[in-house]
Ligand binder design. Structure first.
Ligand code: PDD
Length: 283
């Protein structure tokens, strides 16, 4: 299995990161998770643009162009002959003697590897239970930063409660999941939190908003209260790895009928059609 290490393809076992890498010590870096379908990187342009934007937001200047990086990632999936799976990409600020402050101009450490993904078919078909938790994260959730401590703590709590995800609530309003965006349907209108500093503007979220428009499904980018969430007709979550998963139970209470809703199923189908058309094998 090959990995990309600062632009070079090498065996994973040959890849060594310094003990004073700032990503390792401070979480000082950014990342992306990209889905591979039919041997091609789905919504690659959007992921790479967000990667550069996240890096720029924290003052990391990547020493290559978006086009160069895309070429390297395509080389990686070719080298590993991945037809279906995931790609993880991260950049840290680089290596330096440990101090909170840094000297500008460190060489970023950029790594990428591919990994298998089991499509969550059962969850997509039958829906999942989730819990709600206070959103105690910082106020720059729009940056896809390596600092995921609160997300990790709360996802673990959900897992230990046999729940698939935790939906986060800030000041009474639903923001997003620990690793997903959240949507609620009420009287055929789909609500999701606006793209602000309080959520990560998911690439799947952006694709879905486009599909809502194309299909004429009424939608509003508007924060809803926890009460509105609990009383929604349908709830679903989205992410690169989850795609679209219906939420049928929240904090032990059924949502709507307690089964995946009709609009959620249409959204799922629209996303699958989009994936197929965007990643269809070129013969
Ligand atoms: N997580 N919100 C948060 C906090 C996330 O971590 C993610 C993705 C999303 C959905 O974004 P996208 O549609 O671009 O995947 C929303 C990735 C998959 C992860 O950390 O594994």
């Amino acid at each position: 299995m090959k990995v990309l290490f600062n632009g070079r393809l090498m065996e994973r076992s040959e890849c060594a990161v310094d003990i004073e890498d700032r990503g390792y010590q401070f979480g000082d870096g950014v990342y992306e998770v990209i889905r591979i379908y039919n041997g091609s990187l789905y919504t690659l342009d959007e992921h790479i643009a967000r990667f550069f934007k996240s890096a720029a937001e924290i003052g990391i200047v990547l020493p290559f162009s978006e086009a160069e990086l895309k070429g390297e990632l395509k080389g990686l999936i070719k080298a590993n002959q991945v037809d279906d799976g995931g790609l993880y990409l991260q950049a840290t600020r680089g290596t330096a003697p440990r101090k909170h402050q840094y000297k500008p101009g460190l060489t970023p450490q950029v790594t990428a590897y591919t990994f298998p993904i089991k499509k969550p078919v059962n969850e997509q078909e039958n829906g999942v239970s989730v819990i709600t938790e206070d959103d105690l994260r910082w106020l720059r959730c729009d940056i896809k930063s390596l600092n995921l401590l609160y997300n990790v703590m709360i996802k673990q709590k959900a897992h230990e409660a046999s729940s698939f995800e935790a939906i986060l609530i800030r000041d009474g309003f639903v923001t997003e999941g620990t690793s997903s965006n959240v949507y609620a349907v009420k009287q055929n209108v789909i609500y999701t939190h606006p793209a602000s500093n309080l959520i990560l503007n998911g690439i799947t979220r952006r694709t879905l908003l486009e599909l809502f428009r194309k299909n004429g499904w009424q939608h509003e980018e508007k924060a809803i209260t926890k009460d509105e969430l609990m009383n929604a007709d349908e709830v679903f979550i989205s992410s690169t790895t989850a795609e679209v998963i219906p939420v049928t139970v929240i904090d032990g209470q059924n949502i709507g009928t307690g089964a995946p809703g009709p609009l959620t199923k249409e959204v799922q189908k629209a996303l699958q059609d989009n994936i197929l058309s965007e990643t269809a094998k070129v013969l």
